[in-house]
Write a protein of this length. Structure first.
Length: 134
């Protein structure tokens, strides 16, 4: 059941990433579907995953992280639990920092300005995939 859950959530995240990159909007319906998919292989202790998701929400209040990202993390956290959600957030932040750092260097070499607003959901998705396989 865990493999089916991963496949369903990965496909839904792929759709969300496409929407985020194309329109900079993360549909609520897909985040809701991810939350529902979390119940394919649900364990009550996974509810602890909402704790780091709540901390992510508080952090988002003071940054440019959008509400769609917060809802997506909350939905994913239902399938991961506490420690894996923390790992997901760490991996997402770290991969975004690496990507942005490389982007800044490349743009400076081209004598251009790097884009400061990046969609975060691709990095959340990467964090989810890394978390599942670690």
């Amino acid at each position: 059941m865990a493999v089916i859950q991963f496949a369903v959530i990965a496909v839904l995240l792929g759709i969300e990433v496409y929407c985020d990159l194309k329109d900079r909007i993360i549909p609520n319906e897909i985040s809701f579907a991810i939350a529902v998919a979390a119940f394919i292989d649900f364990h009550p202790e996974n509810l602890w995953g909402l704790l780091p998701a709540a901390m992510f929400f508080v952090g988002a209040l003071f940054t440019k992280i959008g509400g769609g990202d917060v809802k997506a993390v909350a939905a994913i956290s239902l399938s991961l639990g506490l420690w894996k959600t923390l790992l997901l957030l760490f991996a997402a932040e770290l991969s975004m920092l690496v990507f942005y750092g490389i982007s800044v260097i490349i743009q400076k070499l081209r004598h251009k300005t790097a884009d400061t607003a990046l969609p975060f959901l691709p990095f959340i998705t990467l964090g989810y995939i890394l978390t599942i396989f670690v």
